[in-house]
Design a protein around this ligand. Sequence first.
Ligand code: NAD
Ligand code: UD1
Length: 340
Amino acid sequence: MEKIFITGCCGYIGSHTCVELLNAGYEIIGLDNFSNSKPIVLDKIKEITGKDIKFYEGDMLDKELLNKIFIENEIDCVIDFAAFKSVGDSVSKPIEYYINNVSSVLTLLETMKNNKVKKLIFSSSATVYGTPEKVPITEDCRIGGTTNPYGTSKLYVEGILQDLYKSDNEWDICIFRYFNPVGAHPSGLIGEDPNGVPANLMPYIAKVATKELEYLSVFGADYDTPDGTGVRDYIHIVDLAKAHVKGVEKLLKESNGLFIYNLGTGKGYSVLDMINAFEKVNSVKVPYKITARRAGDIAKCYADSSLASKELNWCATLTLEDMCKDAYNYARKEIVNEKN
Ligand code: NAD
Ligand code: UD1
C-alpha cells in the first residue's frame, strides 16, 4: 500500500486524518515536534485503528531529519499540517509564525524535490478570502486582504505552491481551504485540545458546558445576519479528515495538476444557532452574554463546496448535532483524563 508522510500528525486535523487513512489501508509516516500536541495521541490513534504509524519526533525546519525520513521511506504523497494556528499569537509573534508556517514549507518542498516526491496536500484556510466578495464562497473568489500574519502565511504558501507548479508541472498539488473544523472523533479518544482559554467558538462552548468557564461572550449581535451574530461554515472533523483520503486518492492516480478545494458543508450557522444546538443535543446550559465585536471578524463566511463534491466525490455528511455531541463527549472525557 502507498506510504503517506504526514507532518503535524499528532495535531487536531492530523490525528483524525491518520485514523481515516489507516482505516483506508494506507501506511503512514508521521512527524511532529509536539509544539501543540501530546505524544499520547499516538496511542489513541492505535487504540482506534489497531494500527501503528511510523513516527519521527522532530521539527519540519530540520532539513537533515526531513531528508533522512525521505531516504528511509519510499514516500508516495505528503500531507502538510505542521503549522502554528493562533490568530492572536500571530499578531504578537509574526517572525515565529512566518518561520514556522512559511520557511518550514520551503524546507519540505526542497526536500521533496531532492527526493523526487512531487505529490502534496497543503492545509490552507478560508481565511485567505479575507472579507469574502460573496457567499457562498467559490474557489475562484478573490483572495487576499488577510488581517493577521497567520492568514497571510497561508496566502504566501499558496503563492509559493502556484509558482512551484508553474516552474515544474510534474507536481501534483492539492490546496484544501478549510472552513471551521469542529467536533471530535466519536470515540472521544482524540479531539481538539487547545492550551489555555480557547480562542475559537466550539471549544469555548464546550468548556462553558463542562463549567470550566463561566459563560460565553458572543462577539457582536449587530452583524448583517439573520440574528445579528456571526455566521460560519462548521464542518465535522471526521468529514474533513475523510476529504484527505479522497485527496490522496486523486493525487495518486492523477498526474500533474494544482487543485484547490473549499472544504465546508455549504451551510452557515450563527453563534446563537451553535449555542442552541449544543444545549439541545447535550441537554446542558451554555450561559452567554452579548459583548462587543471581535476585531478582524467578518459577518458571514460559508463555502460553496460543490467543486470538491464533483471532483473528489466527497461531501460532508455529519450534522450540526453530530458536531455538538462529539465535541461535548470529548470535552467531558478530557476532564476525566486530566483528573487521573
Ligand atoms: P494543530 O496545532 O492541532 O496541529 C498542528 C500540529 O503540527 C501540532 O501537532 C504541532 O505540534 C505540529 N507542528 C507545528 N509546527 C511544527 C513543526 N515546525 N514541525 C513539526 N511539527 C509541528 O492544528 P490543526 O488544527 O490540526 O491544523 C492543521 C493545519 O490546518 C495547520 O496548518 C492549520 O493552519 C490548518 N488549518 C486549521 C484550521 C482549524 O480550524 N483547525 C483551519 C484552517 C486551516
Ligand atoms: C478563526 C480565525 C481564522 C481561523 C479559524 C480557525 C479570526 C478572526 N479568524 O475563524 O483565521 O482560520 O479561526 O478555526 O480569529 N465567537 C464568539 N465568541 C467566542 C469565540 C468566537 O462569539 O468566544 C464567534 C466569532 O465572532 C465568529 C464565530 O464565533 O463569529 C466563529 O469564531 P471562531 O471559532 O474563532 O472562528 P473564525 O472567526 O471563523
